[in-house]
Design a protein around this ligand. Structure first.
Ligand SMILES: NC(=O)c1ccc[n+]([C@@H]2O[C@H](COP(=O)([O-])OP(=O)(O)OC[C@H]3O[C@@H](n4cnc5c(N)ncnc54)[C@H](OP(=O)(O)O)[C@@H]3O)[C@@H](O)[C@H]2O)c1
Length: 266
């Protein structure tokens, strides 16, 4: 990838830069930054040895890709005005701003501007987890995909599903962390040490996913094999069935979806 400029050098922009540098889909000398806070620019330049030769206008003129990493409530119109003034009309804008639609971005950046709207996952350093991605018709996908795939896997979505994806898949990693914590606590409650319990949870989690992929079956089929009549497993599952475990999880996702929709004004 040639020159890439990040508008908004916050937490998510840094996570993307770190992962993409590590996987060599961007080169440090071809990365420039804009941020309201000059100290933040200086910190990231120094931390990742980024380009510090170019002014903002020169960096935007050189950019083939421009990442919008500001927050939904920031002054997007002002950012768009600077991009429109200095950047090539062919430069692709990659927006990671939650809730801001391709239509709204096109209204600010022009109808023929190539624009990708993505919701990155926070698992950037691992290369796992899906980013939700929607393109407008002007984006040339092939040269962009290696960069997008360097900070997560790419799930191409119809744009109408981006809010659901945000609430379920991107916010969803929280439920997994919460599940791991709760289950490790249960192991401690049962008498194992924190270390023993956590190790067992990690291994069971990874193993369960591998098993499901390997057997290509529904989780309930594997639970059926695990649970002998009147045995240990089915007694545990019985208690879980009586709790609001599934409904609580599903209601949490729907609450996150309501909030995402509210924030995006859709
Ligand atoms: N964090 C996540 O899990 C996640 C996941 C998917 C998508 N996103 C999206 O990613 C975006 C960034 O999130 P974040 O967590 O990285 O937020 P963040 O750390 O607050 O980063 C936003 C950065 O943009 C800067 N900024 C604001 N207005 C600007 C302007 N006009 N020109 C240049 N820079 C400007 C901010 O500076 P100041 O702080 O000085 O205002 C801040 O450094 C958001 O739109 C969010 O919806 C986040």
């Amino acid at each position: 990838m040639s020159h890439i400029h990040f508008f908004g050098a916050g937490q998510m922009a840094e996570a993307i830069i770190r992962a993409a540098l590590q996987r060599h889909t961007i080169a440090a000398g071809e990365v420039t930054l804009s941020d309201i806070d000059p100290a933040r620019i200086a910190l990231l330049r120094q931390r990742y040895h980024l380009n510090d030769d170019l002014s903002e206008s020169a960096a935007l003129s050189a950019a083939q890709y421009i990442v919008l990493g500001v927050r939904p409530q920031d002054d997007l119109a002002a950012v768009a005005a600077i991009i429109n003034q200095y950047a090539s009309p062919n430069a692709t804008v990659i927006s990671i701003i939650a809730g801001v639609t391709l239509e709204k971005l096109a209204a600010l950046l022009g109808d023929t501007r190539p624009i990708a709207r993505i919701i990155p996952n926070t698992l950037t350093d691992t290369g796992l987890g899906f980013s939700g991605v929607a393109f407008n018709p002007h984006v040339e996908r092939a040269p962009l995909l290696p960069f997008l795939e360097s900070f997560g896997k790419v799930m191409l979505l119809e744009e109408r599903l981006i809010d659901a994806f945000t609430a379920f898949a991107v916010a969803g990693i929280n439920y997994v962390y919460y599940f791991i914590e709760s289950l490790a606590d249960a192991g401690v409650l049962a008498g194992l040490t924190r270390t023993q319990s956590t190790q067992a949870v990690y291994e069971n989690l990874i193993g369960a996913v591998e098993m499901l992929k390997l057997k290509q079956c529904h989780p309930r089929q594997l639970m059926d094999i695990n649970n002998s009549p009147g045995g240990v497993g089915i007694n545990g599952i019985y208690e879980l069935n009586k709790s609001d475990f599934a409904a609580g999880l599903q209601q949490s996702v729907l609450a996150a979806l309501r909030r995402t929709t509210e924030l995006s004004g859709n």
